[in-house]
Design a protein around this ligand. Structure first.
Ligand SMILES: [Zn+2]
Length: 240
């Protein structure tokens, strides 16, 4: 028996190796898409045009982003937005610079079809180029985020909450990233370094030796989110 036979299709889905039952638009899994559409409908009543800019993402897609950053084909930035130079860092330190803004392939919440990056299309011109930065969330999309703040605070946000609302020293704050707690809380519970190693360590992911050496710490700091990111009632149904 190979180690992989110990894992189910569900495990493959958790690390982005098999896709969820995506809605016709292909951004979110069916149940999540229905909840999102309800949130869109409510937002529209307040004059907001809530849109999902990025939803489901496969492991291959996340690996392309990751490898591009590891090889400096894509920019890697410091917290203040300045571009970092690859040759100023060891491979290990470079990985941590990437992790601040990009998920390790196989550990992205976007693999699950439960998470999406959102914006308000009513607040910008059609040809506006989305930045997904904290500054932009407070400026152009301030009205949308204040509307979401109110609903998230008293659980009227159709099951969507922000896993990256606070900076815990790992992933930078991402107010635009919403996660559908009724489903994603189970995925996050099941995603463990053992699952990741078994299913992802033979994939084409740059920096694998350094990742493997640091994996437990990476999970602790960059994959796990605060326990209270969503109300307790959404976490109570998960199985061990
Ligand atoms: Zn996101």
């Amino acid at each position: 028996m190979t180690p992989e036979t110990l894992f189910s299709d569900h495990d493959y889905r958790i690390v982005g190796l098999s896709s969820p039952n995506l809605s016709p638009l292909g951004l979110l899994e069916g149940e999540v898409s229905e909840a999102f559409n309800e949130l869109v409908r409510r937002a529209r009543q307040s004059g907001l045009e809530l849109r999902c800019a990025s939803g489901y993402r496969s492991l291959d897609r996340q690996a392309a982003i990751w490898n591009g950053k590891f090889q400096s084909i894509r920019p890697v930035e410091a917290d203040d937005g300045t571009a970092l130079q690859r040759n100023a860092f060891s491979a290990r330190d470079w990985i941590y610079k990437i992790l601040r803004f990009s998920a390790l392939p196989g550990s992205s919440r976007h693999h699950w079809g439960t998470d999406c990056d959102i914006y308000d299309a009513a607040a910008v011109a059609d040809d506006y180029k989305l930045q997904l930065t904290v500054t932009e969330s407070r400026a152009q999309f301030g009205e949308l985020h204040r509307w979401l703040d109110e609903r998230i605070a008293d659980d009227r946000s159709c099951g969507f909450f922000r896993p990256y609302a606070h900076d815990r020293g790992g992933v930078s704050i991402e107010p635009w990233h919403l996660s559908y707690a009724p489903l994603s809380s189970e995925f996050e519970w099941r995603l463990r370094p053992t699952v990741w190693r078994a299913l992802c360590s033979d994939r084409s992911i740059e920096g694998m030796a350094e990742i493997d050496a640091e994996l437990e710490f990476i999970f602790e700091r960059f994959v796990r989110v605060a326990e209270d990111w969503c109300p307790e009632r959404y976490r109570s149904g998960r199985s061990n």
